[in-house]
Design a protein around this ligand. Sequence first.
Ligand code: GAL
Length: 681
Amino acid sequence: MKVVTNNIRFATIIGLFISFSLMEINHLSAQTVWLDQLDLSAATQGYGVPKKNKSVDGKVMTIKGKTFERGFGTHAESSLLILLDGKATSFTAQVGIDDEIAGHEPASEFVIYGDGKKLWSSGIMRLGDAAIPCSVPLVGIKKLELVVTDGGNGNYYDHADWADAKFETTGVDTFITYNPVASEPYILTPPPPAWPRINGASVFGARPGSPFQFLVPVTGDRPITFSATGLPPGLKIDSKTGIITGKLSKTGTFVVALTAKNAKGKAEKKLRIVCGDRIALTPPMGWNSWNCFAQEVSADKVKRAADAMVKSGLINHGWTYINIDDFWENNRDSKDQSLRGEFRDEAGNIIPNSRFVDMKSLANYVHDLGLKIGLYSSPGPWTCGGCVGSYGHEKQDAESYAKWGFDYLKYDWCSYGNVIDGLPNNDPYKVSSLSYNGGSELNTAIKPFKVMGEYLRQQPRDIIFSVCQYGMSDVWKWGDSVNGNCWRTTNDITDTWTSVKNIALDQDKSAPYAKPGNWNDPDMLVVGTVGWGNSHPSKLKPDEQYLHISLWSLFSAPLLIGCDMEKLDDFTLNLLTNDEVIAVNQDPLGKQASCMHTIGDLRIYVKELEDGSRAIGFCNFGLEIVNLAYKDFEKIGLNGMYQVRDLWRQKDIENIDTKTGQLALKIPAHGVLLYKFTSVK
Ligand code: GAL
């Protein structure tokens, strides 16, 4: 009996031992880890928040009618970083656009990167495409990135599903997701001194006969007394506000000596007023309603934005335009009654919606603050938001804008794709949100902008013409010929790293076409509280925001703040008030930086400045900190002795001999060093 009992005990022990060992082996060998088991909150995406086992709108994931229980519901532009550390053997998923956005025209591409190399891509996917299976071997891969791009047509309604997504592993039960870009905001721009400093552009263009308005932007304690000597006949300066007004009748270049005085001291600066054909001799700077208010814009919000431009002090750094985007017009199909009403009067003149009862007094209000005001329309019958456009009424609209006192027009392609010459039975008024067709035919692409460009030129006002057609047909090659002052080179920006990065990387091709009066426009700024009607702090990390502002300055891009001006926090305000950075953007030579040297993820952008110096952005597009002793100066066009100044910190760093010297660079992930190199003897 005893023997039997002992044998049973022995067998039990052996059995336990075997099953423990099997568990151990199981644990160390293949094991499935589902993507939805990871912390998905580290993902960045263009809209909404990352969803576990649901679509981005929180519904059951459905791709072409097929439902999926597990996965990651996201929205382009989307990026999720996963630390695999060589412990995954493969990744499989079914990817596609979620059916929940039926009726729209999304397009996206799913891309997988391993250790910085592209491992797999779905190709462009559209609504109604069946889920594409993906199966990617991952042996040895340390870092994985799951990306969803906007598919090249903006990220509208790009609801993207990584369905049934899972890893086979070497025996681990989870992976860490991460975002290596620091999130603590930090301030770099030193506060302006108490004594006066005259900021902003040093050249200003106006046409003869147009009402003239230029505010001398000055920081320093108030009150300040302004004066100007050498003003051409027809102009005067208000000594209390620093606003120069009047009318020029003679063409020519006039060099004016500006002075600003307060109790602490005095500042002087030369301003070149060029009276001739060209305006916008430096990139326009200001605010636009779209990225924060979208369809919720109203005259009251516009006035408050203008007030905030003054109260925040931004006006003292050259910020000027207050631009109303879409939704000041009446809408085709909105349920909001404040947007419904007659589109035009009997004579065909446009009637603003009920939120904008008196456009002229709104313009006066903004002008009285020393600012300027802008408006939006489309050459098609409808704007992108379904409000009435200028099609067939271009002349009348240009006249209305001038009569009301507007200074800027953004003219947005939108439904113009329905207005294509030579296409029989094409109803231009047919309802379509964004229509691109036709934009590739050069004549069709140019025509609507030429029409409006000419009517604007006929107005007795200087109206900046901002061409918006997302960069079709190489607009930078012909934008000047239609009187365009700036033109969008991209689809809409969003406050995500992938959006800013992709736009930035795409700017070199148009760079040679920038010049005074003609600017490439990589779209508006996404700093501060943004949200297209759904307000939230920009999802860009602080370093990404420094990079964004540095690059847009180097690009000589129009600088249009897209945030809620009443919610400016210290970080955002600091970011937008660095006069040395702004001076790079406003440099009168009007050149656009391009990338002259690439080292891995480090791209070095160089912009020639009027005084012979160079603004150089050392831009880190990668996820690792860049620590480098840089010495390839001839690659970025430097030769000799230079004084190096850090523009964000407004501090001289060192003098460097480019033949023998090395520059120590330490650049955070997704961050920048913006330096100015000035030749010294
Ligand atoms: C888009 C344009 C945006 C905004 C919007 C208004 O086409 O790119 O910047 O203006 O239309 O509906």
